[in-house]
Design a binder for this molecule. Structure first.
Ligand SMILES: C[S@@+](CC[C@H](N)C(=O)[O-])C[C@H]1O[C@@H](n2cnc3c(N)ncnc32)[C@H](O)[C@@H]1O
Length: 267
């Protein structure tokens, strides 16, 4: 290795480093600060409101009461996007520091300002630019839903991913950019998908957001974490094998962005 190779080489953190090295504040600043949102919006904020609208059209209210986000990190945008769809939101993650940030948000203590994110969600939903009051109402509604649900520890590698749910299954299961962060190989990935799926009732919807064909990502302040490199077909195969109705799924593949969003029903 010559000197310039040495200089460009950087440390890539692994799935087992999340507890020690994932910094919620750096992550939120990097992806959800006003500047970050203005510079280039997270594609999730386009895909999830579209899925929410489809759920409103295709599920009766009694079929869409509970939502679980696995690997939410310090983010609450799933609760914001699905606020009109469900009654209770459970946010979960592997890193205690992330759960602390979520609890602070529920208590209305200082965390990142979610208004720039809310504005993008509202824009995707259509209608005029929301006033401050409308943004407040959106956030308060989402907060109430999380209060009714809860904030929980999750580990996708365990047979029971979210023990605090005590075996209760949810109507909607969401997981965005988590599995490819948490898994070192495809065998592990398939096992984790199966573990997650136990939390979803049959007939419920699974919403997955995944990075495609990438090896690492910046979690903020140049802290680089490993990603499992996945082709779209590998993900679809894993989802079929756990009994999701993939032929009738709604899918967005954004090649330029290297991400895929999919919503499928559990058969
Ligand atoms: C790239 S972040 C995604 C956060 C959020 N879902 C989003 O879309 O911004 C990856 C998340 O996976 C979580 N994670 C890592 N290992 C995990 C595991 N074994 N079980 C559950 N979550 C895990 C991390 O703590 C982190 O919050």
């Amino acid at each position: 290795m010559n000197q310039s190779d040495e200089e460009t080489k950087h440390t890539v953190l692994l799935p087992e480093d999340y507890v020690q090295k994932f910094d919620p504040d750096a992550y939120l600043q990097f992806y959800f600060s006003q500047d970050a949102i203005e510079d280039g919006t997270r594609v999730s904020l386009f895909a999830l409101p579209v899925f929410a609208q489809l759920m409103l059209q295709t599920m009766r209210p009694s079929e869409r009461e509970t939502l679980l986000d696995i690997g939410a990190g310090p983010t609450v945008y799933a609760a914001l996007c699905f606020r009109d769809v469900i009654k209770r939101v459970h946010l979960s993650d592997f890193v205690d520091r992330n759960l602390d940030v979520l609890r602070k948000w529920v208590r209305r203590e200082e965390t990142i300002d979610w208004v720039p994110t809310i504005k993008v969600i509202k824009r995707t939903e259509g209608g005029p630019v929301p006033t401050e009051k409308v943004c407040d109402e959106v956030e308060e509604k989402a907060r109430g839903l999380v209060k009714s649900g809860g904030i929980h520890f999750a580990d996708v590698h365990q047979d029971v991913v979210v023990p605090e749910l005590d075996g209760k299954q949810v109507d909607i299961l969401v997981s965005i950019f988590t599995l490819e962060s948490a898994c070192r190989n495809y065998e592990e990935y398939c096992k984790c998908v199966a573990n997650m799926m136990r939390h979803l009732r049959s007939g419920g919807r699974f919403v997955l957001g995944s990075v495609l064909e990438d090896n690492e990502y910046n979690s903020g302040r140049q802290t680089i974490f490993h990603l499992l490199n996945l082709r779209e077909q590998m993900i679809l195969d894993a989802l079929v094998s756990v009994g999701l109705d993939i032929p009738n799924a709604k899918k967005y593949v954004l090649d330029g962005e290297g991400v895929m969003f999919i919503m499928a029903t559990k058969l």
